[in-house]
Design a protein around this ligand. Structure first.
Ligand code: FAD
Length: 464
């Protein structure tokens, strides 16, 4: 008996739902397991930060398994039909285990692969793993999805939370099938792709993720409710890239945080848990309303006459809008493939309400640049900022980039870190450098915020 464990966005050994079940299956049948990764041209054909970070994580996982346990993660490269037919032929597998996707391209692929494998007589076992609660677990009493976060959260919070599962590594080693790589050529293609990466990302392993969590709990969690909005301090967990690639399990994060403060109420812990629930909420929304990748959730805002001004879009992407907090955020994104949540809200609001540019253009740019890119959270975040999504910021409450800057980066530390032209600029005017007489090589503001705010509101009022 042979079963394949298909790794997808779960590059870890702790609390890996499909792996735990696969091992149980192998133990009962005296069977063998083989680890597999599908190097899919759907992803490899496009070279984005997010794909490079992802594939580097895969390679890190393969190296760790090889070095620590002598386990090989086999790779096949090609389209779904070709790859899975080859996999069946090479392994003669009886069963496959994987953690399934409930949204987007991943869901389409899973449904297709499942049918294909079943046609070939392979038993298919799939699991919910990436979220605390799946997209169909927390619904209203009448079985329909929540559209507002707060009642969803109340129901979400009440549900029992499964504890992380552990794996017996000796038992796993005893059940591994050791064979030569299924295809040396395909594995070489993967290595070649990696060698052409534009950036080397660090701290991509499971161990790095667990250390990040521990460090967050000890240092920032106690003040999370007070510091999470200040981009110049390490006030958040920075676990999002790890949650994206699954080098850490969401249940491990949840229970580690909750246990830290016992059963009593703790504002910092509750605030953090609410963020984890936002992740599930947007995932649930996207699963039930898949059209939101390209259409506004709110029907009357589906055909707003957004601008597609390329010159302004370039200025935004390059961090040259003339608004320091916006430019700092966009430059952080370019340098680090990550941006602080408060600043994501500011730059998204700026693109849609100050430049009046289509939120979908911003969503796509983030898709390329974010190492933590998560389709559901990104769409949710963009539609929130553009006031076209479920439970979004009302269109008349337009963020003022200068006020936001003064409030959340009062002394300009964050701005100075990323906008090098302003590195030595004195504090009082750093949020509005055009008000000083210093001669600096920094762009003048590209728009008048007051005017653009009125235009943005008028855009929405046309549809009221
Ligand atoms: P923490 O504050 O430590 O939060 C812990 C975890 O909770 C995060 O890792 C994340 O998984 C989850 N979380 C926190 N805030 C949110 C939120 N608002 N929505 C959904 N989940 C949340 N997050 C992504 O993971 N991928 C994206 O592609 C993404 N795109 C975004 C786009 C926009 C326009 C906005 C406004 C937000 C976006 N977010 C996205 C949400 C949020 O900005 C990031 O999850 C957060 O900045 C990650 O940093 P952290 O791990 O330190 O967060």
């Amino acid at each position: 008996h042979t079963a394949v464990v298909w790794f997808r966005r779960d590059f870890r050994l702790h609390d890996h739902t499909a792996l735990v079940h696969a091992l149980h299956w192998a133990k009962e049948r005296q069977g063998k397991l083989l680890f597999f990764f599908h190097f899919d041209p759907y992803f490899s054909n496009e070279r984005t930060y997010h794909h490079e970070y992802f594939f580097q994580t895969v390679e890190q996982f393969r190296q760790t398994l090889r070095q620590q346990y002598g386990i090989h993660v086999h790779i096949l490269h090609g389209d779904v039909d070709d790859v899975f037919v080859r996999l069946i032929r090479c392994t003669r597998m009886n069963a496959i285990f994987f953690n399934k996707d409930e949204v987007g391209h991943g869901k389409e692929r899973d449904d297709y692969v499942q049918a294909l494998l079943q046609k070939h007589g392979v038993e298919v076992y799939t699991y919910d793993d990436a979220h605390m609660h799946g997209a169909f677990d927390v619904l209203k009493a009448d079985g329909t999805p929540y559209k507002v976060y707060t009642p969803y959260y109340r129901a979400w919070r009440k549900r029992p939370k499964r504890f992380p599962l552990s794996i017996d590594m000796d038992l796993l080693s005893a059940h591994m099938l050791h064979i030569t790589p299924l295809s040396e050529d395909d594995e070489r293609a993967f290595t070649r792709w990696l060698s052409q990466c534009t950036k080397r990302w660090e701290r991509t392993s499971e161990q790095d993720a667990l250390i990040t969590l521990q460090h967050f709990i000890e240092s920032a969690l106690p003040n999370y409710d007070k510091k999470r909005d200040i981009p110049s301090v390490a006030g958040t967990s920075r676990l999002s890239p790890h949650l994206k690639t699954g080098t850490i399990s969401i249940r491990t994060v949840f229970h580690a945080v909750v246990q830290q403060f016992g059963n009593g109420y703790d504002e910092a812990v509750e605030t953090y848990i609410k963020e984890l629930a936002w992740r599930d909420f947007y995932h649930m929304i996207y699963a039930h309303f898949p059209f939101t990748k390209t259409e506004a959730f709110i029907e009357k805002y589906r055909h707003l006459p957004w601008s597609r001004d390329d010159e302004r879009f370039q200025a935004w992407k390059e961090g040259k809008t003339g608004f320091p907090i916006v430019d700092a955020g966009m430059r952080q994104l370019k340098e680090e493939g990550w941006m602080h949540n408060r600043v994501r809200m500011i730059v998204a609001s700026f693109l849609t309400k100050d430049y009046l540019i289509d939120w979908r253009m911003g969503e796509q740019y983030f898709q390329h640049m974010l190492i933590d890119y998560d389709e559901a959270s990104n769409i949710g975040g963009w539609q929130w900022a553009a006031s076209v999504g479920t439970d979004a910021v009302p269109y008349f409450r337009v963020f003022n980039p200068i006020e936001q800057s003064k409030k959340f980066d009062p002394d300009g530390t964050y701005i100075r870190t990323y906008v090098h032209e302003l590195a030595f600029f004195p504090s009082p005017h750093i949020h509005e450098p055009w008000k000083s007489n210093f001669n600096i090589n920094y762009p003048a503001p590209t728009v008048d915020h007051r005017l653009q705010r009125q235009r943005a509101i008028a855009l929405f009022q046309m549809k009221e």
